[in-house]
Design a protein around this ligand. Structure first.
Ligand SMILES: Cc1cc2nc3c(=O)[nH]c(=O)nc-3n(C[C@H](O)[C@H](O)[C@H](O)COP(=O)(O)OP(=O)(O)OC[C@H]3O[C@@H](n4cnc5c(N)ncnc54)[C@H](O)[C@@H]3O)c2cc1C
Length: 387
């Protein structure tokens, strides 16, 4: 088996397949594993437990967050007693995933971007390039896990992810900020949100999502936080990366499956893709195993993978995307109004502090919010056309 991409999702799929007894090679374009990754690394406690994430990669646990409306109104999300989320160090997290896979015998071939995939009757040929030389791999099946913007999918007739946003982030020095802060507003991160996530007593990741001018909005946010005395300097080198908001039209074909960001398996509400990607890698590995056992690696057989992950995530992705598009149409005044209603009617308490609030599964909370009379009335009054 060949896995294309040695990110967390590719490494996890490789680990699972190797554990089932298959010989697995991961082909990775980077020269070395463990380089910097543009990611905040927040994952839920549910993800930590489900995938046995080791304590050693966790930088800190998150038990609360301060949510700021455009004009500075504050809502507090507070977990009752238990940790909801953790911030992992993405470099050590990725390396731990690699070690786990290597521990099961997975081989990593680095510095080898894959340029093409040729599906034959009995084998798949994966064509990579290493230091200017062609490098070919043959396998019974291939897992495509090469992250956002994969060109390989289009060439295979699987289409493109339906929508995306750009994430920008920089590491900053903080001054007395100890809790996660989230900022909403069209002047801060149009249509999306920005975050300040402390990783150690004096360091934090400052980032935002936006469809346009990410660098400009990050610089503006840095200046504003510097003026508020929350960060020590507005000089930091940002990184940028695309994040899919809608899945790939098709995530399987003859002898292949697509997982993780490459398949658009990301929460459209927040852009978080680690947990959903790992869940789908699990489903992909199980379906490949059944298909290999029955020696039927046809697209028809591997369609079960897509059915499986859609059963698990389909509704969440649909509701999340709907909510995302709705939010993008609100102006600052309307966002402030929703904050006011949530606070004055105690909806913040009922929703953000509820025992069943989940960091990963937002559909239920969104439907609960929309089902609240005061909110639905306000939404009607806002009169936003929604197509
Ligand atoms: C600013 C920002 C903040 C984020 N914060 C969070 C967060 O807090 N929590 C969360 O859950 N998610 C977050 N995400 C999203 C998260 O980073 C991704 O969902 C996650 O990395 C997806 O993992 P993956 O393995 O699918 O892809 P990737 O991590 O992108 O790994 C893909 C791998 O494939 C390799 N590759 C690419 N093309 C080829 C090729 N042609 N041949 C061989 N190898 C190739 C790449 O080098 C890479 O190693 C954030 C994203 C951004 C941009």
């Amino acid at each position: 088996m060949v896995v294309i991409g040695g990110g967390p999702v590719g490494s996890y799929a490789a680990y699972k397949l190797a554990e089932m007894g298959y010989e697995v090679t991961v082909v990775e374009q980077k020269e070395r594993l463990g380089g910097p990754v543009c990611c905040t690394g927040i994952i839920s406690q549910e993800c930590v437990s489900s995938f046995a994430i080791d304590d050693s990669v966790i930088l800190r646990r998150v038990n609360s967050a301060r949510l700021f409306s455009p004009s500075g109104r504050l809502l507090i999300w507070l977990c009752q007693g238990k940790t909801q989320a953790c911030v992992v160090d993405r470099v050590t997290f990725d390396m731990a995933m690699v070690s786990r896979a290597q521990g099961k015998g997975v081989e990593y071939v680095l510095n080898s971007p894959v340029k093409g995939i040729e599906v034959g009757d009995n084998r798949v040929r994966v064509e990579a390039v290493r230091q200017g030389e062609g490098l070919n791999f043959e396998a019974r099946a291939v897992v495509i896990a090469n992250g956002f913007g994969s060109r390989l999918n289009e060439g295979l007739g699987l289409g493109k992810v339906g929508d995306f946003v750009v994430g920008v982030q920089a590491e900053v020095e903080t001054m007395g900020v100890d809790e996660v802060e989230v900022y909403f507003g069209q002047e801060i991160a149009p249509g999306f949100f920005a975050w300040l996530v402390p990783t150690s007593p004096q360091r934090a990741l400052l980032g935002l999502l936006t469809r346009r001018n990410p660098g400009l909005y990050l610089r503006k946010l840095m200046s504003s936080l510097l003026a508020q005395g929350k960060i020590a300097s507005a000089e930091a080198e940002p990184c940028y990366r695309g994040i899919p908001l809608k899945p790939l039209p098709r995530t399987y074909g003859n002898r292949l499956v697509v997982v993780g960001d490459a398949a658009g398996q990301v929460k459209p509400t927040t852009g978080g893709g680690i947990y959903y990607g790992l869940l789908c890698a699990d489903i992909a590995a199980n379906n490949l195993h059944w298909a290999l056992q029955s020696n039927d690696l046809s697209a028809r057989s591997l369609a079960n993978y897509e059915r499986g992950w859609k059963r698990k995530l389909g509704q969440e992705l649909r509701i999340g995307y709907w909510a995302r598009r709705f939010y993008e149409r609100l102006n600052d005044r309307q966002i402030d109004r929703i904050f006011d209603i949530m606070k004055s009617k105690g909806i913040d308490e009922a929703l953000l502090k509820a025992d069943d609030f989940s960091f990963d599964w937002h559909g239920k909370a969104l439907l609960k919010l929309l089902g609240h009379r005061a909110v639905s009335k306000a939404i009607e009054a806002i009169k936003i056309p929604f197509r």
